[in-house]
Design a protein around this ligand. Structure first.
Ligand SMILES: Cc1cc2nc3c(=O)[nH]c(=O)nc-3n(C[C@H](O)[C@H](O)[C@H](O)COP(=O)(O)OP(=O)(O)OC[C@H]3O[C@@H](n4cnc5c(N)ncnc54)[C@H](O)[C@@H]3O)c2cc1C
Length: 652
């Protein structure tokens, strides 16, 4: 593993000038493509989640020819549909002191000072446009009695800036984006390719010029060319096997472009969400999120006395029997200023700390309570039901306990990945012509994402940033004719894909894909999870290598490689998760500090908070692929904070 800062200087192309003027200045001076030329340019967008759908619809509306791919049978089934709690914007409708600067500041601080200032400011700036756009599309955001849009609070903020549609915000936003996309599909500016999986990027003369994708229904590989390729394929949380992500979420498209020269940034920054339904059995394949919005009113506690916790675990006591004075509302106790609404990394670690100390509840002891008895008393059951009804119903269906009558049990689970493909200010990767947006890029969230900011980032990228910045690149491509997919570069890429499929199909071993994936997940959770050390990370690298060897020698994939084959799809994704797991462990090992979701047990303050080392680690780690059997190289993008005072994060 080598580090090198001098030889390969990372240019993030951040415009000069005052923070608040950078984006306006950029837009005033960037190159544009005129309408006649737009019609001659093709863009591939991989992904139809909020990032991909909003980008494809907007680029289509601008007049480009867009080819939009997704692995589901409808763009509407992208993982974004699962988003529950809301989307942030600095509208300040509540008149509670919000502003673009405050949203910017909260995001930088929430990310533990590991995000790029210029991008985060732009994100806060365009957040308000997103709400206007979505309202115009008819997204049914919750409203106050008088008709104005309602807001609630999310972690890491002292204002209410989260717009929501009950507990189904992602679904409603995606329906809005999908309507816009469908309009373009109808007009012919967007062609949809559903049930297609990108399996490689085609590069010609150093520029991204197309993809190889597998038709998941017929099993055939096909070639697609374009003047630019946009990756919007979502996050890689499923590396951990058990996560809150949809089963189909994967890290394959990002690994394909990583292998072709795109840097993978901050892979070790993964978010563990504090509010999930605890693991309840060995044969489970999914974890369920209980939205952070519940922490607006719900209060988190564990018993104050160990004997009470033990009695609860043994089934001899019920939580409702624990008296008020015997409950430890540990977040309110430790963080009086933010209480139950501390950021996710802080709340997750605090839950782990209580459970590790023996105060956990539930049959495994790995759970804490989220209690609504006080808000039900204060507001009435009707109000609580109106705010969170569908989430309560979901909990009831899964756990078979009525959360209106007994506290919910929750525990942290893998939820989101802040790391991802490195992009510059224009959202362009280190491969010219290849862009990356949404959760798939290394994003604006630094080492920890604040709740309700992923939807904001995905839609900011898709509706308001990429449609500008991609033109700055495409303006130089107006005289490039359409590419034939018979070129040798396409032959070679398709041949490579076919060889990989053949290699997997030939193994015919004894292990199922899921059993190997589960094994990887356990290693990731145990050694690269909520508390990491040098030893655990080193162990993870060794263990992942072992599982990888087993995978490539003993995996069993039934069926045919040239037909519809879901086990083959899963196997190809697992091959990439194994590589991602290795990168996460390596990255975590080199980052000898704690920041946000990356908590190295060796680096903490005397009261158990993350201890950063700004002098040595105020950078974005950018991993560069060096070949199949070579160790990757780590390059650095230094982070310079010009407009924010970098300090110890404090939510007390
Ligand atoms: C349960 C849950 C609740 C959440 N709630 C919130 C919330 O309230 N607020 C918030 O801000 N964030 C929330 N998040 C996070 C947020 O939902 C995601 O970060 C966001 O939706 C990601 O959007 P995306 O467009 O980047 O990717 P996705 O929605 O994951 O879409 C990825 C797309 O890429 C396609 N794709 C992937 N690989 C390939 C390939 N190889 N070839 C072709 N297509 C491919 C998929 O088919 C899909 O269309 C939540 C996350 C979860 C798990």
């Amino acid at each position: 593993m080598t580090t090198n800062n001098e030889k390969n200087k990372i240019d993030s192309k951040v415009p000069q000038g005052p923070l608040a003027e950078k984006w306006t200045e950029y837009k005033a001076h960037q190159k544009l493509v005129n309408p006649a030329n737009k019609r001659r340019l093709d863009i591939i967008v991989v992904g139809t989640g909020l990032a991909g759908a909003s980008a494809a619809a907007t680029l289509g509306e601008l007049g480009f020819n867009v080819k939009n791919f997704c692995i589901q049978d409808s763009p509407r089934r992208a993982h974004s549909i699962a988003a529950q709690g809301g989307i942030n914007a600095a509208k300040n409708y509540q008149n509670d002191g919000d502003s673009v600067y405050r949203l910017f500041y909260d995001t930088i601080k929430g990310g533990d000072y590991r995000a790029r200032e210029s991008n985060v400011y732009r994100l806060a700036e365009v957040s308000n446009n997103i709400i206007d756009q979505c309202v115009a599309q008819g997204v049914p955001f919750a409203r106050e009695y008088g008709g104005s849009l309602a807001n609630r609070s999310f972690g890491g903020a002292q204002v209410s800036r989260t717009f929501y549609a009950k507990g189904q915000t992602g679904q409603q936003l995606l329906l809005g984006a999908y309507s816009a996309l469908s309009r373009q599909a109808q007009k012919g500016s967007v062609k949809l390719y559903t049930r297609y999986e990108m399996l490689d990027l085609v590069i010609i003369d150093g520029k991204a010029r197309g993809i190889i994708a597998r038709n998941l229904v017929s099993g055939k590989t096909e070639r697609f060319s374009a003047h630019a390729v946009v990756i919007a394929s979502g996050g890689y949380g499923n590396t951990f096997f058990l996560s809150t992500n949809a089963m189909g979420s994967n890290g394959s498209a990002v690994m394909q472009i990583y292998r072709k020269g795109a840097y993978f940034a901050n892979p070790c920054f993964a978010q563990i969400h504090p509010t999930c339904i605890p693991v309840h059995g060995e044969n489970q394949s999914k974890l369920t999120l209980m939205s952070e919005s519940l922490r607006n009113d719900g209060r988190i506690w564990v018993p104050k006395k160990k004997e009470d916790a033990e009695a609860i675990r043994a089934g001899k006591l019920k939580p409702t029997q624990i008296k008020e004075e015997d409950r430890d509302y540990y977040l309110e106790r430790r963080y009086p200023a933010f209480g139950n609404l501390v950021p996710r990394d802080v709340a997750s670690r605090a839950a782990k700390e209580r459970c590790d100390a023996g105060y956990g509840v539930g049959p495994t002891g790995l759970a804490v309570y989220l209690d609504f008895s006080e808000p039900i008393q204060r507001l009435g059951r009707d109000v609580v039901e109106a705010r969170y009804g569908n989430l309560f119903q979901m909990y009831y269906k899964i756990v078979d306990e009525n959360p209106y009558e007994t506290p919910m049990m929750i525990y942290p689970a893998i939820h989101y990945t802040m790391g991802g493909i490195w992009v510059d200010y224009e959202l362009q990767t280190s491969i010219p012509g290849c862009f990356c947006i949404g959760e798939a890029n290394f994003s604006d969230h630094g080492a920890n994402r604040l709740g309700a900011s992923a939807l904001m980032q995905g839609l900011a990228d898709g509706y308001f940033v990429l449609p500008y910045t991609i033109q700055n690149y495409l303006a130089g491509e107006i005289s490039t004719p359409r590419f034939s997919t018979d070129l040798p570069e396409f032959n070679e890429a398709e041949k490579g894909v076919q060889e990989r499929i053949d290699r997997l199909m030939k193994i015919q071993g004894k292990r199922s894909v899921d059993s190997l994936h589960k094994e990887l997940g356990l290693v990731m959770w145990e050694y690269v999870g909520m508390g990491r050390t040098k030893e655990t990370l080193e162990k993870a690298i060794v263990e992942i290598k072992r599982i990888k060897k087993e995978f490539w020698s003993d995996v069993f994939i039934p069926g045919d490689g040239k037909d519809q084959n879901t086990e083959l799809e899963k196997a190809m994704r697992l091959a990439d998760f194994l590589e991602i797991g290795d990168l996460m462990a390596r990255d975590g090992l080199l980052r000898e500090e704690s920041c946000g979701g990356h908590f190295r047990l060796e680096y903490q303050t005397s009261d158990g908070e993350a201890l950063r080392n700004d002098e040595k680690f105020s950078y974005v780690s950018c991993w560069k692929y060096k070949g199949e059997d070579q160790e990757p190289e780590m390059l650095k993008e230094d982070l310079n904070y010009e407009f924010t005072k970098v300090q110890q994060r404090n939510y007390k």
